[in-house]
Design a protein around this ligand. Structure first.
Ligand code: GLN
Length: 247
């Protein structure tokens, strides 16, 4: 399809540091679903030393191990907080996965006890109970609005939502935020945090379109997102449900 629609500015945060379990596939998926509709995605990769200058309509960050998170936490809080937080306050969207999600909340206490400050987008904090405590690993299925989300999780940290935080979804299979309260992820305005890797968007096309729609509400609210022929993506979604013992 030729591009006749709007430009969507996507800031891809620390792709080299924060990319576990194919999380970069989320950006590939967003780009492709935009291109199919004539939207022009402009990807800005933020490397560790960079400072974001220009505004974005959508921020994406993937998961990372504690060591990589330490660098990402520093880069986010010392160089890029103002840009990101002012864009989010202005209605920009975000997808933050696992380690990236942890860094978008108030703080992450890593396995070695060190404290990594986050941006406070989500009213939540994450505590890693230590390397000897079993990690939350496996396939996840959640209830999300009137549908389901599928994915894969692997995290030591347990995330606890504060009173100002809304969960993204309710866990049907798997652990979610903390393996205790049945919540998975968080939502704040147009920002979504989740533990779901996968990568999560290719096999949850409704979530991918939800994110594109909320990002477009920031940049081109008059643009209408047409449905796609995405039966292959939905087949992948259903296959993941079956693997988890659901249909
Ligand atoms: N290091 C974090 C944890 O184990 C995040 C891991 C991840 O992003 N998969 O909790």
């Amino acid at each position: 399809m030729t591009a006749s629609g709007p430009v969507l500015r996507i800031a891809y945060l620390y792709p080299d540091l924060m990319n576990l379990y194919a999380d970069r596939g989320n950006v590939t998926c967003l780009v492709q679903r935009c291109v199919w509709r004539g939207i022009t995605p402009e990807i800005r990769r933020l490397e560790w030393n960079d400072r974001l200058v220009e505004a974005a309509d959508l921020y994406v960050i993937g998961g990372g191990q504690d060591r990589q998170q330490q660098l990402a936490s520093q880069g986010l809080t010392t160089r890029n907080a103002d840009r990101i937080l002012s864009d989010l306050a202005d209605g920009a969207a975000m997808l933050a996965v696992c380690g990236g999600y942890q860094l978008m909340a108030h703080r992450y206490r890593a396995a070695d006890g060190s404290e990594l400050p986050g941006l406070g987008v989500f009213d939540a904090e994450t505590i890693h109970p230590g390397a000897n405590v079993p990690r939350c690993i496996g396939n996840v299925v959640c209830d999300w609005n009137d549908s389901r989300l599928v994915g894969f999780e692997n995290h030591g940290g347990r995330t606890y939502l504060g009173t100002d935080a809304a969960p993204l979804a309710r866990v049907l299979r798997g652990h979610g935020n903390n393996a205790e309260d049945g919540t998975e992820g968080a939502v704040a305005g147009a920002a979504i945090g989740t533990y779901l890797h996968g990568s999560v968007l290719p096999k949850n096309p409704h979530l991918a379109d939800h994110i594109i729609r909320t990002a477009l509400a920031h940049s081109a609210p008059e643009f209408k997102l047409e449905p796609l022929h995405d039966s292959a993506e939905w087949a992948a979604h259903r296959a993941a449900l079956r693997v988890a013992g659901l249909r």
